[in-house]
Design a protein around this ligand. Sequence first.
Ligand code: OGA
Ligand code: NI
Length: 350
Amino acid sequence: MNSFQLADDSAPLLSLSPKFILPEDKRPQLSEVTSLDSIPIIDLSDRSCNDDDSSSSLVVQKISRACEEYGFFQIVNHGVPEQVCNKMVSAITDLFNLPPEKRKQLYTTDHTKTTKLYNYYLQVEGGEKVKMWSECFSHSWYPIEDVTHLLPQEIGIQYGEAFSEYAREIGSLVRRVLGLISIGLGIEEDCLLKILGDEPRLRAQANFYPPCPDPELTLGLPVHTDVNVLTVILQSQVSGLQVIKDGKWIAVPAIPNAFVINLGDQIQVLSNGRFKSVHHRAVTNKLGPRVSMAMFYGPNLETIIGPIEELIDDEHPPRYTSYRFSEFLEEFYNQEGSRRMVKEVFELPN
Ligand code: OGA
Ligand code: NI
């Protein structure tokens, strides 16, 4: 594994060639990442979760606070069997262990392709593209029940089997968490799910970060916010995800049997700015490969997104204009390669 080779590259990743090296002001400055703060860890099996009066349950309160303050939290005792997650991680590891010639068949830079293997990059001054130290495989997970027929043959059957089982579990988990988030916002439990409709846009992204000779000079994923509503991240037992809080980067530790949940731009708009979609990045490490799976749950292209009416009153005027989600995505792809500012485009003046 020490000589991982990207699908679109001719040389193994042994040393950090210039195409991966970020300009100084874009480097991660790892010594400044704070260990004094961390994102909340929420136990979903907490008994008060089952209180009759669910609006005051401790879990709802904790989730709401995390959504307001961090836009991120980890959940434990979520009910997804450990072995389903372990199978997913090993299927992803095997996928990225396929020979580069095989992975190359899936590689594309065309973002309109629904199934694709690609690298992120950051466009720096002068228009040059600096590659990220990672490779990503992305595909749909709609319909949740079974997407194996949508997956390319090249990847073999193990990934599809592991994924089908995993996707069903994550589908239920997301519905549950969206219910808790809705209650926290003071709206009907099924309100967010209803807005997302019967045909949500579901994307999965398996990320692979090979060990990196110098993690100070590059990144695994550029600084970004997620474009969807809610993301569930599973990480192998190696950390790398970092989140911005009050202008400082904080590391998200890899906790056994936990999921990282983060809010995407659409919740920030739907909640009229109360819940945050927060900038995050993945850094690399020297020691060994890191694997993660991000499951993105979002509206379909036709859905109209705007601040939820019940959250608007004289004291809380709308902060965003309503738009069709396809318009938001178009803006998102227009800003590719940059530290995107997509939701800002839809902000209303004060
Ligand atoms: C993402 C993401 C973080 C990680 O895929 O959008 O932020 O830890 N991933 O891989
Ligand atoms: Ni992300």
